[in-house]
Design a protein around this ligand. Sequence first.
Ligand SMILES: [Zn+2]
Length: 60
Amino acid sequence: MSNPPAKATPCPVCRKPSVAAHAPFCSAACRDRDLIAWLDERYVVPGRPASDEGDHGDAE
Ligand SMILES: [Zn+2]
């Protein structure tokens, strides 16, 4: 009868129709992917800290 409003948000990762169980993603895999990408951007590693403390060795 009445068509359901096609307002389902597509998965932001792969653009497939999202699933309620994993909204707004289509699957747990995409949810993980997005989360990882998000964390990756947030915790951007600014290279390795130049630690000048190598092995000084026991000078003797
Ligand atoms: Zn997806």
